[in-house]
Design a protein around this ligand. Structure first.
Ligand code: GLC
Length: 639
């Protein structure tokens, strides 16, 4: 349902929340029915549709009163997720401050930095040993003991609400662990639960799938099927062998998962991160990613959630080609009816390309190539997360620059993964596939941007450049339009954590190198202004404050890219009525100049010299050229 329609509904005074639920159901029913029968043909599944119609009011009846109230407030207040006031952080609870109660005690730290939106990595029960950091789920709702209890989580979400903070949790919608109750029953031969997964008697059908399915973890979990001796059958496991893919061609799976989804939001979760959602539908002869049925399924989840719990919204974790990512906002009749938020994985990967090449052409080319997103949707802008950094650039755009895509990717892996002496980066290679030459990059932001090498070699110039790069990279995500999301520890320049190499359950997965413990010792010394960590923290704290104080940063699809004529510079403008914010960044280690006439034409000098919000200095134009220092970021303001 679009915002305009909702506002109309809500303006009908005197309606209680039950009546509004009925109205939402009535408004969405036609589309819900259409999507449902597009996936589950009516002739066989009328019974299941009736089940869904009974389930929705039941789920609504069970929704806590405080959240129903919040749902209505959110519907009335418009798109909170596009606000300039949001600043996100992502963290592993056990790496931050022990457990959920420990996390709650750190609310003052978040406030100090300006963070008010938290993505907690999975906190539900998982297998002992390897569990893909909790992305192998033993349950969708039960809090793992090591984090505390369900009461602790409810206490935390209450504290968040009281402090104006938002919570994002994962919904691992594509797979369960091999220890999940359904998987256990399937292993014991229960046919009903075997039907919840893609399970095969022999390798005939898996062999057909394998002809076109790529491998997600080729080093540690090659292939897409795992033989389960207890059942003497094969099960589809696209990620790790212990992560069983759910079979959504079975409508019972959808109904159960919808219940889990709503119950998750009933715990006070504001944004649900739909994990690995591109993989939700499988079809022989395809790569089984981004299929139209997956979009219909996501839209079906979305519309049901909108009816029952309209205050909670969805984030698409679709780390796919740029033109495919925007499809998760919904296209055509599904427009605005899939996810409200998506990771801006394209911007993320392109920024790393610009750091290594010191050039911005591919960044411009690719961003100009991405179709516009719907008005009510927004991005999560980030420079790295808990995962690896993939080199998902479009080959034809690399070729247009006269570069060879294969060689270019090799250069990037060499640059970031310590294969070039001169490179300041200390990253690690992830899932390198010698057959294809494909690989991805792991490492903390600070280590990838040179701080680790600078400290090791005691090189002050490198240190200075690294701090500038770190601040500039985050600064871009703060200004780009969307929710900026920083990985915990990056705000104090935390380096790689190599301790995973001593842990058998983590050794094979170098993503752990970029999931360090929060360093409270460093944080206790932030008053010592000269350290690199302190400089980074204070610079980011300041940028966050500026963002929150200026509504121009809110995402109103008000972004325009500008070519400056200098290949090292990246520039874009955000606008709001007559006001403007011009961002200019230099990706080179040398000072660069740009012609300033176009800045004048945009009106930035019409009321005298404009203020750069970052340095708090006025920018003077004594000549026709504007100088931008190495890794400098300007935020010029036009009032
Ligand atoms: C997502 C998560 C990643 C996990 C995968 C499988 O991509 O971000 O950490 O390995 O899903 O659940």
């Amino acid at each position: 349902m679009n915002q305009a329609k909702l506002h109309r509904l809500l303006s009908q005074k005197g309606k209680d929340s039950q009546e509004l639920f009925n109205q939402r159901l009535a408004t969405n029913l036609t589309l819900i029915q259409k999507q449902f029968f597009s996936l589950y043909p009516e002739e066989q599944h009328e019974k299941h549709f009736q089940k869904l119609l009974k389930l929705l009011p039941k789920l609504f009846a069970e929704r806590p009163e405080a959240l129903r109230k919040q749902d209505l407030e959110r519907l009335q207040s418009g798109n909170w997720h596009q606000s300039e006031k949001l600043m996100g952080m992502q963290l592993y609870v056990e790496h931050f401050n022990k457990d959920l109660n420990g996390l709650r005690k750190k609310i003052p730290y978040f406030k100090k930095l300006g963070v008010n939106f938290l993505h907690l990595m999975p906190i539900t029960t998982r297998p002992e040993g390897e569990s893909d950091g909790g992305y192998a789920v033993n349950s969708y709702l039960e809090v793992d003991k090591k984090y505390g209890s369900k009461e602790d989580l409810l206490e935390l979400t209450k504290a968040f609400r009281e402090n104006g903070m938002y919570l994002m949790l994962d919904f691992v919608v594509n797979h369960t662990s091999n220890e999940f109750s359904w998987a256990k029953k399937a292993k014991k031969g229960d046919k009903k639960y075997q039907g919840y997964y893609y399970i095969y008697e022999d390798f005939t059908i898996p062999a057909e799938f394998e002809k076109t399915l790529p491998e997600v973890f080729p080093e540690t979990s090659p292939g897409n099927f795992t033989y389960i001796p207890e059942m003497e059958k094969w099960v589809m496991t696209v990620f790790n062998g212990y992560q069983w893919d759910l079979n959504y061609t079975n409508p019972e799976v959808f109904l159960e998962m919808l219940t889990n989804l709503v119950k998750l939001t009933d715990m006070g979760v504001d944004v649900v991160r739909f994990d690995a959602l591109a993989f939700l539908w499988k079809k022989i002869g395809t790569i089984s990613q981004n299929l139209p049925e997956a979009h219909n399924l996501i839209s079906l989840f979305r519309m049901c959630l909108q009816v029952v719990a309209p205050g909670s919204i969805l984030l698409a974790e679709a780390i796919v080609a740029p033109t495919d990512i925007v499809k998760y906002f919904g296209e055509e009749e599904k427009r605005g009816n899939e996810c409200e938020i998506a990771y801006n994985a394209s911007l993320m990967a392109l920024l790393w390309n610009s750091i290594a090449t010191k050039k911005t052409q591919l960044l411009y080319k690719s961003l100009m190539h991405v179709p516009p997103k719907p008005q009510d949707c927004t991005w999560i802008n980030y420079i790295r997360c808990h995962d690896d950094i993939g080199l998902g650039y479009e080959n034809h755009l690399i070729e247009e620059l006269g570069w060879n895509p294969e060689m270019h990717r090799k250069f990037l892996l060499d640059y970031y993964c310590q294969r070039l002496d001169w490179s300041p980066a200390t990253g690690m290679l992830f899932m390198y596939n010698p057959k294809t030459g494909d690989g991805r990059i792991t490492g903390s932001a600070a280590s990838l941007l040179g701080l680790e090498k600078a400290i090791k070699t005691n090189n002050d110039d490198l240190m200075e450049a690294s701090v500038r790069k770190i601040v500039m990279m985050h600064g871009i995500t703060l200004a780009f339009g969307g929710i900026p999301l920083i990985y915990a520890g990056d705000e104090i320049g935390t380096l790689n954590d190599y301790s995973f190499q001593n842990d058998a359950s983590k050794r094979g997965d170098s993503r752990w190198v970029n999931r360090p413990m929060q360093d409270w010792k460093v944080i206790s010394r932030l008053k010592e202004k000269d350290s690199a960590q302190s400089k980074i923290f204070h610079a980011l704290q300041k940028l966050i404050k500026i963002r929150k104080e200026n509504s121009i940063f809110a995402d109103k699809n008000n972004l325009e890219l500008y070519h400056t004529g200098n290949d090292h510079i990246f520039s874009f403008e955000r606008t709001e009525n007559q006001k403007g914010l011009l961002v200019i960044c230099n990706f080179d280690e040398n000072t660069r100049v740009i012609d300033s006439s176009w800045i004048k034409k945009l009106g930035y000098f019409s009321k005298g010299e404009p203020l750069d919000l970052v340095s708090e200095e006025k920018v003077s134009l004594n000549s026709a050229l504007l100088e931008i220092m190495p890794y400098q970021m300007l935020w010029l303001m036009k009032f």
